[in-house]
Design a binder for this molecule. Sequence first.
Ligand SMILES: [Zn+2]
Ligand SMILES: [Zn+2]
Length: 194
Amino acid sequence: MTKKKPCIGLAPFGGVSDIISKTIAAHIQGYLPLDVDILSGLSLPGYAYDQRRLQYDAGIILKRMESEPFQDYAKVVGVLDVDIFVPIVTHVFGEAKQGGRCALVSVYRLKRNLDGSTPPRSLLLGRAAKVALHELGHLFDIHHCVDRGCLMHFSGVLEDLDQTPLDFCRYCSVFLRSALPAPNNNGGIRKAIR
Ligand SMILES: [Zn+2]
Ligand SMILES: [Zn+2]
């Protein structure tokens, strides 16, 4: 079997545990016929810290990421363990520019249930994988999906995220397959496309 060309860079920012990075990478590779490299050496993006909100500005981080070469990976997913926001909402689980190159996933709010309790690790890892695949979908120019049973359905709160299955609907799967970079776009999306 020939090795697939690494195409996606996973970039954990300081403080993200290995198990989270490896789980996200494994899920991306499990759904897409693309290899993922886990990058290292990114420190917390202090330049994006908002002193009034005590959170990190996702837009500023993404802008900086988009300007960095990142070894020519087609897509780069940054993973953070700090609270991130975009100006109009209190927080986001992830953020990506539609059709862009870089996306963000924050596990900060995935680590606590709504009642303040700590979720089992399997639930936390599943949440992180869902957010990463959703944001990656945006990078491949898939918009939000009306199907509640699809990963591209918008989830603003944990309750929604937990109810969303770890799978794309048939339409988003087909769209995603056609959007993947050549020559890997013939392999289909494992599991999701069948
Ligand atoms: Zn979205
Ligand atoms: Zn869908």
